[in-house]
Design a protein around this ligand. Structure first.
Ligand SMILES: CCCCCNS(=O)(=O)c1cc(S(N)(=O)=O)ccc1C(=O)O
Ligand SMILES: [Zn+2]
Length: 260
């Protein structure tokens, strides 16, 4: 089957065996070097219209914790910036490290953050389904937001307080009325480049928009992510969900652009 993970045997260095695109020319994440990014004045601001979003549930898929949204219309979209049209919000999830270790996927001049939030959107103007968009070169737009540790994040509690209900792989529970705009930093300045999913199937279908300003969360809140398990309730072995991040991949001559 498609069992992949973040362990020694099934982790990122082994993914290429089942997913040869892992060695492709536009893989993610990458190390972003701010001084080498191209300031593109034609890059407008990112506009996230999440006020009419409808969250459905929160789940543990064995790789991360995921909040899914209704994406049957354009009620919650991201547009502007490098995007030619609105992209629909489908889900968001996180990547994080272990106790005291950082776990972001993108790095900034070699610097890792504690965690990285990914808001996944798809191009419903050009493609009929998410699955079709997920394999198209301009099919997905993922908004990446760094998390650094410090004070408590006022709104992240809504998520961390629900994690005990999705401790085990395969668990899902209702999660209504959550608006992810409360997880955005005050500045929407960003870097953007063409890349891929950072988990199998690693499709090279993502326009990445990585915000420069991290949000601040507490160590305690990060610790709650690490109470999740990679393993299911029925499994004997309990493996703590942590270090679920792919390391930076070769830039292969790609240009990283920077908004003002
Ligand atoms: C049809 C196959 C699509 C698989 C990708 N699904 S996804 O929601 O875009 C996704 C993106 C990402 S990522 N890190 O944004 O590339 C990670 C996991 C998933 C997931 O499947 O949960
Ligand atoms: Zn992700």
């Amino acid at each position: 089957g498609n069992q992949w993970g973040y362990g020694k045997e099934d982790g990122p260095s082994a993914w290429h065996r089942s997913y040869p695109v892992a060695k492709g020319s536009r893989q993610s994440p990458i190390d972003i070097i701010p001084e080498q990014a191209f300031h593109d004045n034609s890059l407008g601001p990112i506009i996230a219209n999440y006020d009419h979003c409808t969250s459905i549930n929160i789940s543990n898929n064995g790789h991360s914790v995921v909040v899914e949204f209704v994406d049957s219309d354009n009620r919650s979209v991201i547009q502007g910036g490098p995007l030619d049209n609105p992209y629909r919000l489908k889900q968001f999830h996180f990547h994080w490290g272990g106790k005291g270790c950082d776990g972001s996927e993108h790095t900034v001049a070699g610097y890792s953050y504690a965690s990285e939030l990914h808001l996944v959107h798809w191009n419903a103007v050009k493609y009929k389904t998410f699955a079709e968009a997920a394999t198209a070169p301009d099919g997905l737009a993922v908004l990446g937001i760094f998390l650094k540790t410090g004070d408590d994040h006022r709104w992240l509690h809504t998520i961390t307080d629900a994690l005990y209900m999705v401790k085990y792989k395969g668990s899902v529970t209702d999660f209504r009325g959550f608006n992810p705009k409360c997880l955005l930093p005050s500045s929407l300045h960003y870097w953007t480049y063409l890349g891929s999913l950072t988990t199998p199937p690693l499709h090279e279908s993502v326009v990445w928009i990585v915000l420069k300003q991290p949000i601040v969360v507490s160590d305690k809140q990060m610790g709650k992510f690490r109470t999740l398990l990679f393993t299911g309730e029925e499994e004997e072995e309990r493996i703590r969900m942590e270090n679920n991040f792919r390391p930076p991949q070769p830039l292969q001559g790609r240009k990283v652009r920077s908004s003002n």
